[in-house]
Design a protein around this ligand. Structure first.
Ligand code: SF4
Length: 101
């Protein structure tokens, strides 16, 4: 019994270490269906932004041109402070988009 417990604890620790190293290398992508993402109208593809609901959307607006986007130039995705610990796609969009200065 105690061996089994130890095994579970060790697997748990290894799994946790693996998960955190993956987050450091590249966070999981934000899902459009997550409450925070859905609330902001986030779409992984800016072309799919709900233009009826968000009339301020204009072509050219996407995460990579947003002031909040923290991804590296040319990367397919990067962190956004609105979605802590996760990444948004460079081509994504949400209603909090703000022009990069
Ligand atoms: S705030 Fe900007 S970078 Fe973050 S999801 Fe919205 S458009 Fe993308």
């Amino acid at each position: 019994m105690s061996n089994r417990r130890e095994f579970i604890v060790q697997v748990g620790l290894a799994g946790g270490a693996l998960a955190s190293s993956q987050v450091m290398a590249q966070g999981a992508l934000v899902a459009e269906t997550e409450p925070a993402a859905a609330g902001l109208g986030y779409k992984a593809d800016a072309a799919k932004a709900d233009k009826a609901k968000f009339p301020k959307f204009a072509a050219g607006q996407q995460c990579s041109t947003c002031a909040l986007y923290q991804g590296k130039a040319g990367a397919a995705s990067g962190p956004c402070p609105l979605f802590a610990g996760k990444e948004v796609t460079a081509k994504g969009w949400c209603s909090a988009w703000a022009k990069k200065a």
